[in-house]
Design a binder for this molecule. Structure first.
Ligand code: PAF
Length: 275
């Protein structure tokens, strides 16, 4: 696998590539969820690129940018084992050189839920993903459904800016007890890790209750109570939303998604389920 570290090298490398290219953007600390993205990328393209960049602009003040896990040697080994063709691993100054002054901001869909809990987060995501797409110029880019709102923001941005790329969503990969794989699961103590499974379970129970005809407000209230009972210290939201607009809905209709974010110990977890 070729590791490309500077914009100049990337431009040369990209210019020489022929065939259909897929990109899997990541912040590293790779796990089997990322490997599922690479597998899907290989099915859809001739060449597969991954990027590893812990993007400072999507972390708020007081968030975990400093302690976000960085494990490049292990990431490289996993990508090589999967048959990834090249890794784009830029430095912060490559992505944000001196004088960088542009921000991509997706109104509306960025503002609720994660956007409310993490002001500025989606501006950072949209800006870096726009840069990744415009510099790597993949035909296909793959993102996990685990970050469901991120996916919706990226789809909106790509459509609004006429970026010529197909965005592909890949289902969340889960542990045996249902916990969605996430690089941030590494922050959980063994005790918190056990209790964290209450999050996917609460969503599953709410989904089943809504499907069985329970009132949405009651199903959501029960999910929140289950999280409190499991020791989650703060619940940012548990909501039933339209799967495309992410607007909250109180009567089941069309394509829906249950979404949740809650804090256990010092770790903020997010998850979602199709209804
Ligand atoms: O989902 C992630 O890992 C990041 O938000 C992304 C899309 C790589 C942008 O930094």
């Amino acid at each position: 696998m070729q590791i490309v570290r500077s914009s100049e090298e990337l431009a040369l490398y990209r210019a020489a590539l022929e065939g259909k290219l897929a990109l899997v953007p990541t912040m590293g600390a790779l796990h089997p969820g990322h490997m599922a993205l690479i597998d899907e990328a290989k099915r859809r393209a001739d060449e597969v690129a991954a990027s590893v960049f812990v993007n400072p602009t999507q972390f708020g003040a007081g968030e975990d940018f400093g302690r976000y896990p960085r494990r490049e040697a292990e990431d490289v080994r996993m990508l090589e084992d999967k048959g990834c063709d090249f890794l784009w691993a830029p430095s912060v100054s490559d992505v944000y050189p001196d004088g960088f002054a542009t921000k991509v901001s997706v109104a509306g869909i960025s503002e609720r839920w994660e956007g409310e809990a993490r002001p500025g987060h989606f501006d950072g995501v949209a800006t870096v993903v726009a840069k990744l797409l415009l510099s790597v110029r993949p035909h296909v880019a793959l993102f996990g459904e685990k970050d469901f709102q991120q996916l919706a923001v990226i789809r909106r941005m790509v459509s609004d800016l006429d970026i010529a790329v197909e965005i592909v969503a890949v289902p969340t990969v889960r542990e045996a007890d249902g916990l969605a794989l996430s690089s941030r699961n590494a922050y959980l103590s063994p005790e918190e890790r056990k209790r964290a499974a209450a999050l996917p379970n609460a969503l599953k129970n709410a989904r089943d209750a809504v499907a069985a005809g329970s009132a949405v407000s009651i199903a959501l209230q029960e999910a929140k109570q289950a999280l409190v009972d499991a020791g989650f210290l703060r619940i940012d939201y548990v909501a039933l939303v339209d799967a495309e607009t992410l607007e909250p809905i109180d009567e089941p209709l069309g394509q829906m998604r249950l979404i949740a974010a809650a804090v256990i110990g010092n770790t903020r977890l997010i998850d979602n389920l199709a209804v």
